[in-house]
Structures are given as C-alpha cells and as structure tokens.
Design a protein around this ligand. Sequence first.
Ligand SMILES: Nc1ncnc2c1ncn2[C@@H]1O[C@H](COP(=O)(O)OP(=O)(O)O)[C@@H](O)[C@H]1O
Ligand SMILES: [Mg+2]
Length: 245
Amino acid sequence: MKTLLLSLREISKSYGEKNRKVKVLDNISLDIYDEFTSIIGPSGSGKTTLLKIIAGVEKPDTGEIKQYTKDLRIGFVFQFPTLLPWETVLENVTLPLIANGVSREKAREIAEKYLGLVGLSGFEDFYPHELSGGMRQRVNIARALAIEPTILLLDEPFSHLDPLTAENLRSEILDIWLSGATTVRSIILVTHNVDEAILMSDRLIILTPRPAKIAKIINIDLPRPRDRRSVEFQKIEDLVYEYIS
Ligand SMILES: Nc1ncnc2c1ncn2[C@@H]1O[C@H](COP(=O)(O)OP(=O)(O)O)[C@@H](O)[C@H]1O
Ligand SMILES: [Mg+2]
C-alpha cells in the first residue's frame, strides 16, 4: 500500500504583470506518495516552477498544498550548480545544517555519512573546481540528503552530465533510495528524458507545454533493474510519446 504524503490541489501560477503576464501552471492537482515520481515536460513548460511550489520556495497564485505527514521535510537538488566555490565539499554540506542549528560536530558526522553514501568519502577537503561534473552533482545530492528530507526533489539532475556518468548516477540514486539508508520516502524527478523517467519511476506525470496541465499519468510497475530493450519498457515508451507530441 502506498502512503499519501502531499497533495497539490488546483495549483495555478503566472509570472509577470498585465500584458507581459505568462501563465505557467494551469490548475494542477497531484498526489505525492511514498514512491518515485517523474514529472516530464518540454523545456519552459513550468517543471521547475512546480518543484519550487512543492518545496515552498515559490507561492502559487491559487490552489493549496496539503501535507499528510508530520514533520515533512523537503530536499532540493537544483537544476543549475549551487555549490559555493570557495568552500570545501565538507563545508558545502555542513553549512546548511549549521545554519539550521545543528552543532558543528554533529553536522560533520551527518555530512560524512551522506558523502560516503554518494561515493565521496576521501573528497571532504576538495574544492568544487577540483571535482568532475558528476562528483559535483554527488555533492549536491549529499547536501540535499543531509537535511534528512522526507521528499527529495531532483530538477534535471543528469542533464548536464555525460551519458556514462549520468547512467551510473541514475542507478546509484535508485540503489541508495531502495536500500532505505536515508530518510527519503519519496523522490520527485523532473526531466525531459523519457527513457530516464521510465527507467526510474513508479509513476510518470506528463505535462503539456506551457501553461502546464497534466496530460497523462502513467503507473509503471516493471521490476527493477529495468531492461530498456524489453517489450514492456518499449510499450510504455510508445504510450508516453503519444502524449508528448
Ligand atoms: N522567476 C520568474 N520570473 C518570471 N518568469 C519566470 C520565472 N521563473 C520561470 N519563469 C518563466 O516561466 C516559464 C516556465 O519556467 P520553468 O518552470 O523554469 O520551466 P521548465 O523548468 O519546465 O523549463 C518560462 O517561460 C520561464 O521563462
Ligand atoms: Mg527547469
């Protein structure tokens, strides 16, 4: 049985004023469960805006978000690099914790745990520019995990990586999540990559071009790890393409 964690009800959002007003989200209603959800839509369709609203860093014009669990915390891996270049890997992960009132010692302990989980033990004293793109993204993920979130939001986390690095990181994130080694009960991945969405998720939300509405929701119950060449995988792929043309 899946558990409902968060519910978005009739969310709409526009940016700009008067004749420069752009409607981005149009009446989105969506339930978030303890599973892996992907949100797929073309560039500029409002995916990042939707994640920001879920995270509470952006307010919708209308509609509401209801939480169905106490102490719900949300971790956010942003689309564009957000590491502080003048701080080490360790500091990049500990500083948000310390800002939240965690002691320096405890923050270090937590940071080391999550840096270890993403394969970065031994890189604590490195600076971001000394790391590859894939390693920097691992730091971003460790930093989001370190706040010990219930829901983890991933905004196109693989789109700036080379294909092999992206593929490794996808399976590692799935492994980390399925292993239960973190507090994360739900992952919401934003992507425009159909293959990636089917590979990773339990449920796929397809958005229309701007203003984003929900075009289709597809449940995927194929066993993991998934085989892209299987008939079932390709059937789902065909179905998705029917809704994103
Ligand atoms: N802070 C903002 N102010 C004005 N317009 C914005 C802002 N954020 C996003 N937009 C516009 O909203 C639309 C959707 O943006 P976004 O949510 O980033 O889409 P996506 O992540 O799907 O590419 C785009 O046209 C973008 O230019
Ligand atoms: Mg975006």
